[in-house]
Design a protein around this ligand. Sequence first.
Ligand SMILES: N[C@@H](CCC(=O)N[C@@H](CS)C(=O)NCC(=O)O)C(=O)O
Length: 341
Amino acid sequence: MSTKANVRVRPKEIEHEIDEKGFFVRQNNYFATPFGDGEGKLPVEAGRYRLIWAKGCHWSNRASIVRELLGLEEAISINLVGHGRHEQDLGWEFIYDENNVDPVLGVQFLSELYANADPDYPGRATVPAIVDVTTKKVVNNDYVWLTNYLENEFAAFHKPGAPELYPEHLREEIDKYNDYLFDNVNNGVYKAMFAQSIEAYNDAFEHLYAAFDAIEERLETKRFLFGDYVTDSDVRLFVTLARFDTYYFKNLGPIRNRIVDFKNIWGYARDLYEIPAFKNNTYLRDLAKSDKKKTGIFLDYNTRFWDQIDFEKLWSQPHGRQEKSSDPTQKFLTKARGISS
Ligand SMILES: N[C@@H](CCC(=O)N[C@@H](CS)C(=O)NCC(=O)O)C(=O)O
């Protein structure tokens, strides 16, 4: 085990993030300084920041998808963390790199970059984390607003013809809908999975499926959540959908429906998966892989069937969603093509 001063054992949710009634109450974002011009903001510069994310984590997957959709690969570098094996849980680690060390930041664990920013940081070292490569400090882990920063503040570095994921005329509605998705779907699955009382579980479960039913209905007439074109909200919904039948169902208990059982939602998810930035950042096989190789007859579904399921083929089936759009050959609104009504 590493003996570096900044490496520390991961604080447990069960000790710090469960209220007296057994409800999961997520820790606050600690590094929430916004990007932008002016005092008290993080300067927007190309080449200065590195996005750290994890395949399993949908909060961070949002940012990795949006970064690629907008063509910010040159402006913001990226790296993945995962779980290494140690006697104690040391949290996210640069396991995909040589010697488990990030080649740019020179550290093994994400917690070291949090400690560089604040030696007394009390929470879990989470992804997404934006690290300033000049100081090797985490400067922002505000997963709620991160994609919006990439869409707005980093606009000068977008590729030519980049999609308008957060168009001004829809911003208020998108924000409202994102809050709804957060409470009921994105954090909704976590509320159910982390609930420590059946009351808390049932509450989260009901909200989750009520939201799926409402989304199924919304997608009956719209190709994407806001009509003909992909927006920030679609990225947020997609990352939870991609994990539902592959991964979350195991900890959700008896589920009411899988994603593949919702005609519109399932077609919509595949429509999005067709887009390279979504596909390149969605590791379906890794999401579904069981981490423990157990033996015996009582094995969970993923352990038994993981290597028999062709996830790529499943998610690449035709979806027929074009017919819901008035602009069927385009999935994105771009500045060049103007604002659609
Ligand atoms: N930053 C938020 C959300 C991001 C988040 O929960 N990320 C998870 C993965 S999905 C994480 O990095 N967890 C690391 C850990 O718990 O050690 C939080 O602090 O709750």
